[in-house]
Ligand binder design. Structure first.
Ligand SMILES: [Zn+2]
Length: 412
């Protein structure tokens, strides 16, 4: 599977996990269930999912310590409410609410799909089913003639401006989605363009949801392809865009429970956590060429500059001298380009799942990611070469022997 294919199929976290599962199954990983007891073997490869939108895959190598790469499966979009139809003047629009912090003006006048999962009635039970609409929608802008000031600044009221146009006359939300009786749903209206190369030399990749499916896909590829040292883990979490503190988010007990269960199965004691290493993987901001003033004066990541190591004094990013030094050492030996991100000191920092996960699994952690432009826009832009560096870097991290013994660290 190529990155573009994965991006094109992963409309929501549900499809992102579905794609992850097929990749893992084709690489010989064995599915496990949270509700069952496990029998793990040394050398085995496994995965377990939660809620259909989060997944943890792992390879049981030796010696006993964890190397974890965690990323998120969700992206900003619009969530459909129940009773969605809003009819007026022969038009039907659907009632939605924002999910996460999108650049909402970018959602106008472009192809959108409905995707997610539905809960269907089956006998006396319920079955969850992933769906993607066969139809395409759009949210039409208000004409410039009716909004003369639009180019001087435009604020979006989500209840007024962001309702997708569904049909002329009565229509069925589930048309083509499923023929079965739907009891409830988690459905989202999402940008539907296919990924495309841009730039004179095709050096950029432009697509919806680069944040953070590039991280998800690179961690899966690295896990399936690396000769791992220790117990290598790729953790994919939903709900980062809304704070991670959910059943299946990085703030949940999913990773802690899974690692503890692996430990119990293999007879590993809790001391392994103090020897483990964690990569919080999420996209980073490149310098924007139209707004270079928005960037830190001395640390200026660019597209094509390699993997970004993110830093923040007040710990929106987990990186410290130890975790950063380990990553730099591994990257330098593997020939992986890297660059540094710091916020401007007068700007508020973004955040990601590493800092939240620390409350559940407290191990030395570094925040890494690809540099991109237009984060949280309907389509985002990165340099294709950075993905290659990230993949090489993650494989090198999984393969490296990292021995942490207090302040004595050996990396081979
Ligand atoms: Zn992100």
């Amino acid at each position: 599977m190529e990155l573009k294919d994965y991006l094109n199929a992963s409309y929501t976290a549900y499809q992102a996990v579905q794609g992850a599962k097929s990749l893992l199954l084709s690489s010989g990983f064995v599915p496990l269930k949270e509700t069952e007891s496990w029998h793990l073997e040394r050398g085995g490869k496994y995965f377990v999912e939660r809620n259909g939108s989060s997944l943890i895959a792992f390879c049981v190598g030796t010696p006993d310590y964890f190397k974890i790469v965690a990323s998120h499966t969700d992206s900003p979009c619009l969530k459909l409410k129940e009773n969605p139809a809003m009819e007026r003047d022969s038009f039907v629009r659907w009632n939605v609410e924002p999910y996460g912090g999108g650049i909402w003006y970018s959602f106008f006048d472009r192809p959108l799909k409905v995707a997610g999962r539905v809960a269907v009635k089956e006998g006396n039970g319920i079955r969850m089913e992933n769906v993607v609409s066969p139809y395409t929608l759009t949210i039409p802008s208000l004409a410039v003639h009716m909004n003369r000031g639009v180019n001087d600044g435009f604020s979006v009221n989500p209840q007024v401006d962001l309702l997708p146009l569904a049909a002329l006359g009565a229509c069925d939300l589930f048309s083509g989605l499923t023929s079965e009786e739907v009891l409830s749903y988690d459905l989202y209206v999402v940008p539907a363009e296919a990924a495309y190369e841009s730039g004179v030399h095709g050096e950029f990749l432009t697509a919806p949801r680069l944040d953070n499916l590039t991280s998800v896909f690179s961690s899966l590829l690295a896990l399936t392809e690396a000769e791992g040292d220790g117990i290598c883990v790729a953790a994919l979490f939903d709900n980062e865009e809304v704070g991670s503190r959910t059943l299946q988010g990085a703030g949940s007990d999913f990773l802690r429970r899974t690692l503890n269960k692996i430990g119990r199965c293999l007879g590993i004691s809790v001391e392994v956590y103090a020897k483990s290493y964690f990569v919080s993987l999420d996209n980073a901001h490149s310098v924007h060429p139209n707004h270079p003033e928005k960037c830190d004066p001395t640390n200026r990541p660019v597209l094509g500059g390699g993997v970004v190591i993110k830093n923040h004094a007040n710990k929106a990013y987990t990186t410290d001298a130890l975790s950063s030094a380990i990553a730099k050492l591994i990257f330098e030996r593997a020939g992986v380009k890297y660059q540094l991100f710091f916020n401007r000191s007068d700007a508020r920092s973004g955040g990601t799942l590493g800092a939240i996960s620390q409350g559940q699994i407290s191990v030395p952690t570094v925040d890494l990611g690809i540099a991109q432009l237009a984060m949280h826009s309907a389509v985002e832009t990165m340099a294709s070469s950075d993905f290659e560096h990230l993949l090489k870097g993650l494989k090198a991290i999984y393969s490296a022997s990292i021995r942490i013994d207090g302040d004595k660290i050996v990396v081979e």
